[in-house]
Design a protein around this ligand. Structure first.
Ligand code: PXL
Length: 281
């Protein structure tokens, strides 16, 4: 069985970060080990959330694993709360690289043209540096703009602009940047990736429902990471993740008691496991 290590926060209520990564990766038949960065009462879109930093625990936890000879097929990082945590993850990448661990970084720090509370442009630059050390990165357009130090595009973004942004992301050091939230066609949304080695692009979109929810980026990144760990090609893993997020949103919209803060990803898991089974055939 494959083993992924994911490094991100526990937002106790909010359907994001670890409360998404654990169940999604588990549903794909992969062991999911966790290195929690912080405990929050809720994600940061709620008012008055509590935040307990766990940076001091991260080093001793990783050191203990090392004494036990524990390694990981894939290292996947999401929301990080401080510069110190970004630097810690960079050190962690150095530790595991020599064992062939694949590194996937979702620079979860903003959306819809804005950074999440507590982050600034200096943090975005540090995140860009971390992205340069990853095998695959999964920023949305807002995160891309902040990491590249340019204004966030408003309105429609053309195919050429997306391609140019992807090539610029690759110059940070990552050979395979994939941008989420790409909308090149009316009523559809998806992803575009740049394979630097072959200088080729991959693009896939599926239906866009006229709603926006928190946590879909984390669901997307968890599904992509799972797919890669299972040996899917990156393009197949990205396709699966686009389709799964759509299924999550469909399930959410069917639920009259849906929560504003996250999607019904749990009810979409049959589709995810079926796709994983089909891949294995
Ligand atoms: O979904 C990304 C995310 C993760 N963790 C925390 C967040 C957010 C988005 O707002 O607040 C704590």
């Amino acid at each position: 069985m494959k083993r992924i290590l994911t490094v991100q926060d526990i937002s106790c209520i909010g359907k994001c970060s670890l409360t998404v990564a654990l169940p999604v990766i588990s549903a794909m038949g992969i062991e999911c080990a966790v290195l929690p960065t912080a405990v929050l009462s809720t994600h940061t879109a709620f008012k008055g959330f509590t935040f307990h930093d766990l940076t001091g625990e991260m080093g001793p936890i990783a050191d203990h694993w090392e004494t036990q000879g524990l390694g990981f097929d894939t290292l996947y990082t999401g929301y990080l709360g401080s510069f110190e945590q970004i630097h810690f993850v960079e050190e962690l990448i150095g530790r595991y690289r020599k064992y062939g661990t694949a590194v996937i970084v979702d620079p979860a720090m903003g959306d819809f043209g804005k950074l999440y509370p507590g982050f600034d442009t200096a943090f975005a630059h540090a995140m860009g540096n971390l992205c340069g050390k990853a095998d695959v990165i999964l920023p949305n357009i807002t995160e891309t703009a902040y990491m590249l130090d340019r204004p966030c595009p408003t309105g429609t973004v053309s195919e050429d602009e997306i391609k140019e942004m992807l090539i610029s992301l690759a110059t940070l050091g990552c050979p395979l940047p994939a941008m989420t939230g790409v909308m090149l066609h009316k009523d559809s949304i998806g992803v575009m990736a740049y394979h630097r080695d072959t200088d080729t692009f991959f693009h896939y979109e599926n239906e866009r429902m006229p709603v926006q929810f928190h946590g879909t980026g984390d669901i997307f990144a968890s599904a992509v990471t799972g797919g890669i760990a299972l040996g899917m090609g990156i393009d197949e893993a990205l396709t699966l993740a686009v389709d799964y997020v759509l299924e999550c949103i469909r399930m959410t919209m069917k639920d009259k008691d849906r929560r504003w803060y996250g999607v019904n990803f749990e009810e979409a898991s049959p589709m995810l496991t079926e796709r994983v089974q089909n891949h294995k055939k």
